[in-house]
Design a protein around this ligand. Structure first.
Ligand code: HXC
Length: 260
């Protein structure tokens, strides 16, 4: 597939997606969204692909937000009619059962921060800066930022950031629980790809279940989440990969996964 706003590269079982509008700090225009929707659908459908990494081209930005120049001219009725923001949620979160990692270099602002938070987790360069500056434009986050940031870092910090629009550096983001890990900028992509390869080497059904369960913890009451966990444990207990994984441990040999 030809994309005009992103680069897609498969490396073994890992799909690398690079936002590629460095001249606009990878601002997320509606054509970027169309490309991402197609790339994620291809990733999800390709049985050889097990984990994805999304990053930004250029040193400066992961993504500096939704495209302000595009939004500036857009009437409210059109925002409502095309419902662009819901498509990020439905195509990059709802329809994607396989895990993906955001590798955040430089600015992750507004929609860029929201895109990073849609990932299963974030690995950040030490140069990364996160923020939800929408308030300075007369709006609020529109792609989940107010909800995901609050769940990730708690009410006090999320409220302060969303009301002031200030940026948070990588060290504070790690302290606050927004990112899984911070690495030197030069090692970011390598680290994210290695992490994705490690996930890609895990038994595929257990990976899908693990992602589903951790996400369920964000939405379900504790008792229901624990019940779901038990059910999925029981489902996995009936798989060939469970028999293989445990036999391999006992026999002191590497497991060979079938994905069934
Ligand atoms: C369109 C953008 C952009 C954006 C940067 N650019 N961010 N274009 N949409 N979100 C463009 C600039 O216009 C400029 O293009 C080029 O990228 C380089 O940016 P500069 O501003 O010259 O760089 P710098 O001075 O280093 O400042 C970097 C920055 C700043 C601090 C990140 O660009 C900035 O504040 N950007 C906007 C961040 C933001 O408000 N994001 C939230 C958007 S709203 P030209 O052609 O002029 O050289 C959002 C909400 C979504 O995401 C849902 C609710 C509505």
């Amino acid at each position: 597939t030809q994309y005009s706003n992103i680069l897609v590269d498969t490396r073994g079982a890992v799909t690398l997606v690079t936002l590629n509008r460095p001249q606009a700090l990878n601002a997320l225009s509606s054509s970027v969204l169309e490309d991402l929707i197609a790339a994620f659908a291809a990733f999800e459908a390709d049985e050889s692909q097990r984990c994805a990494v999304v990053t930004g081209s250029g040193e400066k930005a992961f993504a500096a937000g939704a495209d302000i120049k595009e939004m500036a001219e857009k009437p409210a009725a059109e925002f409502y009619a095309d419902d662009m923001f819901v498509r990020w949620q439905s195509h990059l979160v709802g329809a994607v059962r396989k895990p993906w990692i955001a590798a955040v270099n430089g600015f992750a602002l507004g929609g860029g921060c929201e895109l990073a938070m849609m990932a299963d987790f974030i690995i950040a360069a030490d140069t990364a800066r996160f923020g939800q500056p929408e308030i300075k434009l007369g709006v609020v986050p529109g792609m989940g930022g107010s909800q995901r940031l609050t769940r990730a870092i708690g009410k006090a910090k999320a409220m302060e950031m969303i009301l002031t629009g200030r940026m948070m550096d990588a060290a504070e983001a790690e302290r606050s629980g927004l990112v899984a890990k911070v690495v030197p900028s030069a090692e970011l992509l390598d680290c994210a790809l290695k992490t994705a390869e490690a996930i890609a080497a895990m038994p595929p059904l257990a990976v899908l279940a693990a992602k589903e369960l951790v996400n369920a913890a964000q939405e379900l009451p504790l008792g229901e989440g624990i019940r779901l966990e038990r059910r999925l444990f029981h489902v996995l207990a009936a798989t060939e990969d469970k028999a293989e994984g445990m036999a391999a441990f006992v026999e002191k040999r590497p497991a060979v996964w079938q994905g069934r």
